[in-house]
Design a protein around this ligand. Structure first.
Ligand code: HEC
Length: 211
């Protein structure tokens, strides 16, 4: 069965370097078996907030000496522990590997809550897609490419593409990044693209069963 018109529009926005540009990282290049893997295996810091519900924060001092102040250093922390010098590891602080998006919406039942991001901060695909679009607008100074060159001040009350400007321009819509270094700039994309991308991601469940 092919994709619906809306799912195809989602794929187009996913691929478009001037809109969501997801495919620049979640690549459609086929892997060995001839199917897209939806990752280029690189590492980035998207600026995900810390997840206060992470049980690691309250683990005994023996395991977590920093307690609630602990910050996940990502790839940089690994490199440091592997003996790389400060300059090399500091440039990778806060970066995490780009995950595949295959089966990203696959869940045992429709009401099963799946978490997204390395620390499970996001509790739905809608939420992480909103985060990307918001970051493209607010954290890049409000001039994400897919925002058609508009910034939050110019947008006033009218909105565009069904977007709620007050929400999208609120710098506190999400908490600050856990690691505020090495942040990757993102594009903004409008609400219609957000909805279509969500529908496209839901098509990536493949029904594969281990033999
Ligand atoms: C600059 C590279 C980059 C771009 C562009 C990008 N992503 Fe990601 N994506 C990542 C990285 C890195 C992670 C893991 C981040 C983390 O956990 O801190 C991720 C995680 C995700 C996840 C969570 C998957 C899981 O199983 O937890 C989803 C869903 C996702 N991306 C969808 C998208 C969509 C949709 C777009 C386009 C709007 C997009 N990404 C654009 C790099 C990228």
């Amino acid at each position: 069965m092919g994709l619906t018109d809306q799912e195809l529009r989602g794929l187009a926005a996913f691929n478009d370097p001037g809109r969501a540009n997801c495919a620049s990282c979640h690549s459609l290049t086929p892997g060995e078996a001839g199917y897209p893997l939806f990752t280029n295996f690189a590492y980035d810091n998207l600026g995900l907030p810390a997840n206060p519900e992470n049980p690691y924060y309250t683990m005994p001092k023996k395991w977590n000496p920093d307690g609630a102040k602990w910050v996940d250093p990502g790839l940089g922390g690994y490199l440091k522990s592997a003996g790389y010098d400060e300059a090399i590891s500091a440039a990778q602080l806060g970066k995490f590997k780009i995950p595949s998006l295959r089966n990203v919406d696959l869940r045992p039942s429709a009401d099963f809550v799946k978490t997204y991001g390395h620390n499970g901060f996001f509790k739905s695909l809608d939420e992480i897609i909103l985060f990307y679009a918001w970051r493209g607008l607010v954290m890049n100074g409000g001039l994400g490419l897919g925002g058609m060159g508009m910034d939050c001040e110019m947008m006033g009350g009218g909105g565009m593409g069904g977007m709620d400007p007050a929400m999208m321009c609120n710098p506190n819509l999400f908490p600050p990044p856990e690691v505020n270094q090495n942040l990757t700039p993102m594009n903004h994309f409008n609400m219609m693209d957000q909805e279509n991308i969500l529908l496209f991601l839901k098509t990536l469940s493949d029904g594969y069963v281990a033999e």
